[in-house]
Design a protein around this ligand. Sequence first.
Ligand code: DQA
Length: 143
Amino acid sequence: MKILVINGPNLNMLGIREPDIYGKSTYTDLVSMIESYCEGEGIECECFQSNHEGAIVDKIQEAYGKVDGIVINPAAYTHTSIAILDALKTVAVPAVEVHISDISKREEFRQHSFVSAACVRTIKGLGFEGYIEAIKELQKKLP
Ligand code: DQA
């Protein structure tokens, strides 16, 4: 099984960025946690982060026919990006949406996700553990 983990804008600043909301651990810590889980499970995994919507769309398109599942935290693009929604629909690779914080309990503008419509599940408010939950969800769904 091969998966792609995509993180959107400002998630490279984890640890510095609003630690009361996103925690004190860094993006490097997040990648290490995901890689060590995947290694233990025999899952091939690529972690990708970008601050640019088009780069995320390109990465999703490149995944077509190459990965079995996608874990995506589109960050602020969750609430704005029809392009990322369309890219996920285009490749039709099973995708799970993750948010570190519970977006349903934050500002109103964070409560709508465009991307959810292309995802098999949305996991929110579990911190970094949400990414592991998302991978487990893909493991359940994939051979
Ligand atoms: C986020 C929530 C978004 O509203 C926000 O713009 C982010 C991170 C989360 O992981 O909780 O950048 O996706």
